[in-house]
Write a protein that binds this ligand. Structure first.
Ligand code: COA
Length: 257
């Protein structure tokens, strides 16, 4: 269990809303192996518990997440592996989750902090949010099935701009592109996100699950296959000299400033 992920099922919603919160603000909520493992466990437990009807992802004020931990990337580049495949399990959990997922983004949403919204059912974001995937800048590749879902959801050119060129999208642009559902003020963000989750939780759960499944059915098998394909290529790229150089440059940037 990672102390940097807080899992709660507030009494207020009768335990039906499970909140998974990134809570490592001093590192911009960058995600470590232990954090992925804790989230996989939370998703599995929530899916298996019939009291839980919806999962909610939140960050901390001004930061959703800076994406994968760069030290973990560097460790992979040096040692050829990190952890026990926790990232891969998290990506598959996103694609195979049974219950709806709602997210509230306030601030930076980088890497997986952006691509996870292709799997969420409703994402709200504050105007100061920015969605960015600097995969190619790090000599990496789009992940989480985003190479398939990105063009399908946003159209090819916007997907190319975000996922290949690494251009940041404002909350407004992400909404226009269909990556997120609504932009709400930062003051109203958590209340709005939780109210939407509570609304989903109040619906007949079996019908909700089947409706979600029907809406996503066209993608599901393809997405899991694409995640596997991306992951194999991503692993190769992580071990490349150009990726290692990019991770080292990030880790060293303050020392050399
Ligand atoms: N992994 C590990 N640590 C990270 C991190 C990451 N992805 N992102 C930020 N941090 C850490 C920084 O190293 C710094 O730690 P320190 O204070 O011990 O030096 C702390 O979080 C604050 O980050 P800092 O860079 O000082 O803040 P900033 O406001 O100037 O910039 C970011 C914030 C997120 C724009 C910048 O940190 C960044 O680009 N991070 C990398 C994002 C990324 O490429 N993720 C991988 C996507 S695939």
């Amino acid at each position: 269990m990672s102390e940097h992920i807080i899992v709660e099922r507030p009494e207020e919603y009768g335990g039906a809303v499970q909140i998974i919160r990134f809570n490592r603000p001093d590192k911009k909520n960058a995600l470590t192996q232990a954090m992925y493992a804790t989230m996989v466990e939370a998703i599995d437990n929530g899916d298996a518990d019939e009291t839980v009807r919806v999962h909610v992802f939140l960050g901390t004020p001004g930061c959703f997440t800076a994406g994968n931990d760069m030290q973990d990337f560097l460790n992979y580049a040096i040692n050829g592996r990190i952890g026990d495949g926790d990232v891969g399990q998290f990506l598959k959990a996103l694609a195979n989750v049974k219950k709806p997922m709602v997210a509230g983004v306030d601030g930076l949403a980088i890497g997986i902090g952006t691509t996870m919204h292709f799997h969420c059912d409703l994402t709200f974001a504050s105007p100061r949010s920015e969605f960015r995937t600097p995969f190619v800048d790090l000599a990496l590749l789009p992940e989480a099935g985003s190479s398939l879902l990105g063009p399908a959801v946003m159209g090819y050119q916007r997907a190319f701009s975000m996922l290949a060129v690494g251009n940041g999208f404002s909350a407004e642009e992400a909404c226009e592109a269909g990556l997120i559902y609504k932009v709400v003020t930062e003051e109203a963000l958590e209340a709005t996100t939780l109210a939407a989750a509570a609304d989903i939780a109040s619906k007949p759960p079996q019908a909700m699950q089947i409706a979600r499944d029907l809406l996503r059915r066209g993608q599901r098998t393809d997405v899991v296959a694409r995640i596997e394909e991306e992951s194999a290529l991503f692993g190769e790229r992580l071990s490349s000299p150009e990726a290692r150089a990019a991770f080292e440059a990030f880790m060293m940037r303050k020392k050399s400033a």
